[in-house]
Design a protein around this ligand. Structure first.
Ligand code: IPE
Ligand code: IPE
Ligand code: MG
Length: 233
């Protein structure tokens, strides 16, 4: 622990719901002469550290962008590697996440994901559904536009009358129906894009980007984002 005098500005506000676009795994690996898959593994390993730090800082919901609908366009070996990685991570980490009071949610389309992996995802949601320490919302096979299209389809199927359709009603048809909107979106890897992440929900969110690649985005980096968030409010 460094003493307060050289600690610089403090965190003066905490986002209830933090969204993170975990970008830069590939570049992180490349800079080390490693295959991209090693970057994705390092990226997964980093989730635990940031999730725990979120708990320490009082964040109640962490949404992470893990696989976008556009990511299907990557080389097939990379796509299958990312699918396998999610399955393995659920296998290896579910017990510990559950023990640590983490409620897991999924945002995204289950359709299109291998049936075995779908089962694993649903199992993870079921096991952790009553946990309250923090919510980890995993955006996987997620696209903000696809989410809105899915919501509108569902609304039409339910026979909602045009005059009854409000922003609130539409929100309640999104994958994130039970969650408040994100207060802060952080993107690692230096880009200034949302890349189709929570586009409806983040309409009023603060946005923060850092050139740091996701695998090396640590507690201190998160604190920097939280400090800036506090200064904006
Ligand atoms: C983000 O890292 C992880 C996923 C999109 C799955 P990237 O794989 O996009 O890494 P860069 O942007 O190529 O460095
Ligand atoms: C955003 O990163 C998606 C995820 C982090 C899962 P990408 O690397 O896929 O986004 P673009 O291609 O830079 O927009
Ligand atoms: Mg990228």
């Amino acid at each position: 622990m460094s003493n307060q005098a050289d600690a610089g500005p403090e965190i003066t506000a905490t986002p209830y719901h933090l969204g993170i676009i975990m970008d830069g795994n590939g570049r992180w690996a490349k800079a080390r002469g490693l295959p991209r898959a090693a970057g994705h593994q390092a990226g997964v390993d980093n989730i635990k550290r940031i999730l725990e730090h979120c708990v320490q800082r009082g964040v109640k919901v962490l949404s992470i962008y893990a696989f976008s609908t556009e990511n299907w366009g990557r080389p097939p070996e990379e796509v299958s590697g990312l699918m396998r990685l999610l399955g393995l991570t659920i296998q290896r980490q579910l017990n510990e996440l559950h023990k640590n009071g983490v409620r897991i949610l999924h945002s995204g389309r289950l359709e299109g994901i291998h049936p075995q992996l779908q089962k694993q995802i649903l199992h993870a949601l079921e096991v952790t559904r009553n946990n309250e320490r923090i919510t980890l919302n995993v955006a996987f096979n997620y696209g903000g536009r696809a989410e809105i299209v899915d919501a509108v389809r569902h609304i039409i199927r339910d026979g909602v009358r045009p005059e009854d359709l409000t922003e609130q009603v539409l929100s309640s048809y999104l994958y994130t129906a039970d969650l408040p909107d994100p207060d802060l979106i952080v993107r690692t890897g230096g880009e200034w894009r949302l890349s189709n992440f929570l586009i409806w929900q983040a309409a009023y969110a603060e946005y923060y980007t850092t050139p740091t690649f996701w695998p090396e985005f640590d507690e201190n980096e998160l604190d920097k984002a939280l400090i800036e968030y506090g200064q904006r409010e």
